[in-house]
Design a protein around this ligand. Structure first.
Ligand SMILES: [Zn+2]
Length: 491
């Protein structure tokens, strides 16, 4: 057996499948990755196991469904076996660089198995005023009091909407001028992470490595580096306009029709973030080539979930629906020495990613992994039958809160053509979508083979729930709760 292969796992927050070139997007967001796609395995239907971040990563790194261990385990469980722990035990140098996502931190177990783990949670932009509040001022200043009076007066006259609009425009007018988008950015851009990853790679010598990069460039607020915007839009970004658009897009009280006029411009900012990611991955790969590490390096690129731009009325990536813009993500796997073949259009759950990567690297999969390797299927273009399951606590935007975590389970079953979505609570009905006849998921399917399909998908949901219930480990849940409470666990 030759030298062990290394692996580079790149996860991009909020990157939806239909916004990358190699998945058919018309705008040139990913020229570098597109050039790699020709020699890679591109999975046409990669599906997340849950959304958002905290319900997605357990499957990517630990091949485990997000709610399998119970609601109190957010992120990875204490001591859980992951891709990183397995590879570290196999002699790999392991390093992770995550661009400031608060849910990817040691608190949620993500440092497990990594010799070097940087979460960039201390990242600060140079700006003292990152955002401009479009909400009414509640300070005790004279202006604050006056503002409150005008607001309630406007409310009494039924003019709340007008008040909100005027107040928003006023906030924008008095906001201090910004000269650069760099000062507005909330998360470190991909170039900062790539720089650090390169230094780390230089320190590991010739050991095989597992490098995980989690990039936040397409995550809101959308402030792409000006270079990427220029490359994509053919003109310079206006920092003031970018701030205005982000603040406008964030106005939660606006209806989709009130927001839709800004949609295209917001998407342009989002796309430029993707373009920056693409360019930085290209830079990293170049340096791997120069140091003769690329010929032994497996690259897997995917996303933890997608992003909504009003397709179903929503923005961002709230766990309230499992529509394709949220659950369908890109998945590109480049394996040195392999010519990528056309991958069958079957849904591939993230659950199978870690076992697949381990098989590619010739490392046995641990029994704790719930997924299975699809390497032979990918290599030979053979289809597989299992549908992808997705789950999250409905509407849970703050997993720190127990009542949020214990919201009804939102469960989805996605096969090649149909998708079942249901909220597990009394009285709720299931919805089945025919993705072929209705790719926009505008109406649940009621005619045709709906009954048979419904039965098949419900059966898969039942099997999943049975496995989930038997997998629960009360000790692990308690340990996770203790970790939450920042208690030290002895022994
Ligand atoms: Zn995320």
């Amino acid at each position: 057996m030759g030298p062990k292969k290394s692996v580079l796992l790149v996860t991009v927050d909020c990157l939806r499948a239909d916004h990358v070139g190699f998945m058919g997007y018309a705008r040139p967001t990913t020229p570098f990755l597109d050039s790699l796609a020709a020699e890679s395995f591109v999975v046409p239907q990669a599906i997340v196991a849950g959304a958002p971040t905290y319900y997605s990563f357990p499957a990517i790194l630990a091949s485990r469904m997000p709610l399998a261990l119970g609601r109190d385990v957010i992120g990875l469980a204490p001591g859980e076996t992951t891709l990183a722990t397995v590879l570290r035990e196999s002699g790999y140098a392991t390093g992770a660089f995550s661009a400031g996502n608060p849910y990817i931190s040691p608190r949620f177990g993500y440092d497990q198995g990594f010799e070097v783990f940087r979460d960039f949670l201390d990242f600060e932009t140079q700006s003292t005023q990152k955002t401009v509040s479009p909400e009414p001022l509640f300070s005790d200043s004279v202006r604050g009091k006056l503002n409150r009076s005008i607001r309630s007066f406007a409310g009494a006259l039924g003019l709340s909407r007008l008040y909100n609009e005027l107040y928003f425009q006023y906030c924008m007018k008095i906001a201090p001028a910004v000269v650069s988008v760099d000062a507005l950015r909330r998360y470190p851009a991909a170039d900062i992470l790539v720089d650090q990853a390169q230094s780390w790679l230089a320190s590991v010598g010739q050991r095989p490595f597992f490098l995980w990069l989690h990039l936040m460039d397409p995550h809101s607020p959308y402030y792409p580096p000006s270079e990427a915007f220029r490359e994509l839009a053919g003109r310079d970004i206006e920092p003031g306009r970018a701030r205005y658009l982000n603040a406008y897009w964030d106005r939660f009280y606006l209806t989709p029709s009130g927001l839709s006029g800004k949609r295209d411009e917001v998407i342009q900012l989002y796309d430029a973030g993707i373009r920056w990611v693409d360019r930085q991955i290209g830079r990293l790969v170049d340096s791997l080539r120069q140091t003769h590490r690329w010929d032994d390096c497996v690259l897997a690129l995917t996303a933890d979930h997608g992003e909504e731009f009003l397709e179903h009325g929503g923005r961002y990536h709230l766990p309230v629906r499992l529509s394709e813009e949220i659950v369908h993500v890109p998945l590109l796997i480049r394996v040195p020495g392999e010519q990528g073949v056309k991958v069958p259009a079957f849904p591939m759950s993230h659950l199978h990613l870690a076992p697949t990567l381990l098989e590619i690297m010739g490392v046995p999969s641990p029994s704790a992994f719930q997924g299975r390797s699809l390497w032979t299927n990918l290599q030979r273009g053979i289809a597989w039958a299992d549908p992808a399951i997705m789950e999250c606590a409905y509407g849970c935007t703050n997993p720190f809160r127990a009542e949020n975590r214990s919201a009804p389970r939102l469960l989805g079953v996605r096969d090649t053509r149909f998708k079942l979505v249901m909220r597990l609570e009394p009285g709720a009905t299931e919805e089945v979508y025919d993705l072929e006849a209705d790719p926009g998921e505008t109406r649940p399917s009621t005619d045709g083979p709906a009954l048979e399909t419904r039965k098949r998908l419900l059966q898969a949901a039942r099997e999943h729930m049975e496995k989930t219930v038997s997998a629960r480990d009360p000790v692990m849940r308690l340990q996770a709760r203790l970790r939450d409470l920042r208690c030290e666990i002895l022994g």
